[in-house]
Write a protein that binds this ligand. Structure first.
Ligand SMILES: [Zn+2]
Length: 382
């Protein structure tokens, strides 16, 4: 009888402890953590934009390469790219939608139809204390990188874009376009005013001016690396791969333990598609996909990084007509336009919160979701 009483007391104590622990669990959970301990919100976000990359571009690259790194990603969505005022977008309007969650007109760099600035996911990330970066294979003043840190009424305002970029809080910029940062006193400058964005950058970060120096940058701190004066060359002439640039950027941004937001653009898939250069386009697709592989390797080791791969629009009205999986070849293809099309483009996501990006939606949903993920109140701006 006494033994039974001791047993009961012990089991009562045990039950009490379980109740106490269960009551405490919600208190000690970190934001976004579930009862099972699974984190739902990412610490870092790496956003890849393959400029002009539609499903047929991916199809052709997958046939030729056998498989793609981006196939490792588990969540698939489709996004509509149509801007305000017309049916077919440019990279400025679609980039603004992805960066800010708002539709605008073609040519607009993160401003609305009245010219009011639209706050970008990168700016929200900075506000929340995240490190931020942009890595591209075009001039860094071009539309896609510009929409994340600049606010101007026209994408052609490269001098203003460069100045705003230098004055912004962005921690890392890798790409071409040094000419728009050099003061007009320099013969290589493209500037028409008295501003000196390069000096502004030099005052707040390491600045280098060649692909070799980019690879030798310290693995911490802030950095700008210009790999060319204007646009970098297309492949195979470009001296540095997007995966090398992405690897260095991740190393720098992840060095201090702070959260980071990084946008990486495969800028010249679009240009090769405009030119109907199939082989050049495949080189750019491989370069882009290899960089995605670098981010996925980091995300897999880190476990806290959301990786997104998408496009801003389809270019060329491209279609694959014939080929062979056995021979890894595409033998017939066609183009319906030298411009962009209104075709929906794919989105792939992997890592914490990836599931939010499944389905069919407007491109603005990407911006709204991204902003929701970086804001400390975790509002999704729905
Ligand atoms: Zn284009």
């Amino acid at each position: 009888m006494r033994g039974f009483m001791q047993e009961s007391t012990r089991s009562l104590k045990a039950s009490f402890m379980i109740v106490v622990v269960l009551l405490l669990v919600p208190v000690i959970l970190l934001p976004g953590e579930t009862l099972s301990g699974e984190r739902k919100l990412p610490d870092n976000i790496i956003l890849f934009i393959g400029d002009g990359m539609g499903i047929p571009h991916i199809t052709a690259a997958r046939t030729i390469l056998g498989s793609l790194k981006m196939e490792r990603m588990k969540v698939v969505g489709l996004q509509s790219t149509i801007p305000l005022g017309c049916y077919v977008t440019d990279s400025a309007a679609s980039g603004t939608a992805i960066a800010t969650g708002e539709k605008t007109y073609n040519g607009a760099i993160s401003v609305d139809c009245d010219g009011n600035p639209l706050k970008t996911v990168l700016e929200y990330a900075e506000m929340e204390g995240w490190s931020t970066g942009l890595v591209v294979t075009c001039a860094i003043t071009h539309a896609t990188p510009a929409v994340f840190v600049s606010h101007v009424s026209s994408r052609s305002m490269c001098c203003d874009i460069a100045l705003q970029m230098a004055e912004s809080g962005v921690d890392l910029i890798f790409g071409g376009g040094l000419a728009w940062f050099l003061p007009s006193s320099d013969p290589a400058s493209k500037r028409t005013d008295g501003c000196d964005p390069l000096s502004i950058l030099l005052a707040r970060m390491n600045v280098v001016m060649s692909p070799e120096e980019l690879l030798q940058l310290p693995d911490s701190g802030s950095a700008a690396a210009f790999i060319s004066l204007k646009h970098p060359e297309c492949l195979p002439g470009r001296e540095i791969s997007l995966s090398e640039m992405t690897k260095k950027a991740i190393k720098i941004l992840s060095s201090d333990g702070k959260r980071f937001f990084l946008m990486v653009e495969g800028s010249q898939i679009d240009w090769e598609a405009h030119d109907h250069d199939f082989h050049g386009m495949m080189l750019e697709m491989k370069d882009f996909d290899d960089a995605v592989g670098v981010a996925l390797d980091f995300s897999m080791a880190d476990g806290e990084t959301l990786v997104i791969v998408t496009s801003d629009h389809e270019t060329g009205g491209f279609a694959v007509h014939d080929g062979s999986v056995a021979d890894s070849s595409v033998t017939e293809w066609g183009w319906t336009t030298g411009h962009h099309t209104a075709s929906m483009v794919p989105l792939l996501a992997d890592g914490p919160s990836a599931e939010k990006f499944s389905g069919i939606y407007e491109n603005t949903r990407i911006g709204k979701l991204l902003i929701g993920l970086v804001r400390s109140d975790h509002g999704e701006h729905e």
